[in-house]
Design a binder for this molecule. Structure first.
Ligand SMILES: [Mn+2]
Length: 288
């Protein structure tokens, strides 16, 4: 399992700029199951990627993309233990001055990554940009504080520098929490255009970590998610947002979570692989 099926010289750990960490964790999903098959489907789809990207006029595979093995027996771990483990592995990648790229698996994995990111880059100069159809700010769900629908609530206990884009589904309690804490949300129905992108960037610090739940995209282009919601972002909307962030900020890592592959339907897996490759291309070309 090697992202983009790269030759050895472009995928060795020591010489790679990017490190892919597949985390096929699935314990708390609520609706459609199968996100544990997400990372493998993304990597397999990446074999068909064109490595040259015309938009950035680059071939970032040459910068090196190493794919780590997924953490052994991860689905036997409690969410707390999994978070600890993910945090530890991410910390190693960051200490080696590489950019971590995590593939989920359920959204809960992001808590571990954010812990490591905050340890290394500090709280003051870092914003979490969260792209998701859901606010994921429930305090607990079915007596579980680490349900995937509580992910951003837990992350906000680590840092309150969070910005949320594409949200279109939440409950009253989450809305109350958002109002009370004056959380920056860019709702899906407000559309992502040049003005909103400018606003989003205005509200972020110098360093950025991106956590991207694929259900932020419209189900017409991304049906393979556990909890699909109508009215999501289009392909070029999400790309222009991500490109602008990379042009103006320092993106220190990202995760793409919640792909739940549908048997016989290949394009969402390929779309995800391409999105991951695009973000890496933007980071390499533009990010400071
Ligand atoms: Mn979601």
């Amino acid at each position: 399992m090697n992202f983009a099926y790269l030759q050895k010289k472009f995928s060795q750990y020591d010489s790679s700029k990017f490190v892919i960490l597949p985390i096929p964790y699935e314990i708390t999903t609520t609706y459609i199951k199968g996100t544990k098959k997400g990372p493998e489907a993304i990597i397999k789809a990446s074999y068909d990627l064109e490595l040259y990207d015309h938009e950035t006029d680059s071939n970032i595979a040459e910068k090196g993309i190493h794919t780590l093995q997924s953490i052994k027996n991860i689905n036997r771990l409690s969410p707390e233990k999994m978070i600890e483990k993910v945090s530890w592995v991410t910390r190693e990648i960051l200490d080696d001055k590489k950019i971590p790229v995590l593939l989920g698996g359920e959204h809960t994995i992001s808590i571990g990554v954010v812990k490591a990111i905050l340890d290394v880059f500090g709280k003051e100069n870092l914003s979490i940009v969260h792209l998701d159809a859901h606010a994921d700010m429930k305090n607990e769900f079915e007596n579980n504080k680490y349900s995937h629908v509580c992910t951003l609530r837990r992350i906000r206990e680590l840092t309150d520098h969070t910005i949320h884009v594409g949200v279109r589904s939440l409950d009253e309690e989450e809305m109350e929490y958002i109002k009370k804490n004056k959380i920056q949300i860019f709702w899906a129905n407000e559309k992502i255009n040049a003005k909103t992108i400018k606003d989003i960037i205005k509200h972020t610090k110098k360093n950025i970590y991106i956590t991207l739940d694929l259900d932020v995209l419209d189900p017409s282009i991304m049906p393979s998610v556990g909890t699909p919601e109508p009215g999501g972002l289009g392909w070029y909307e999400i790309l222009s947002l991500l490109r602008s962030i990379c042009e103006q900020k320092n993106v220190v890592g990202f995760d793409v979570v919640e792909l739940c592959p549908i048997k016989g339907l290949a394009y969402p897996n390929f779309t995800t692989a391409k999105l991951v490759y695009k973000i890496m291309s933007y980071i390499d070309k533009y990010s400071r």
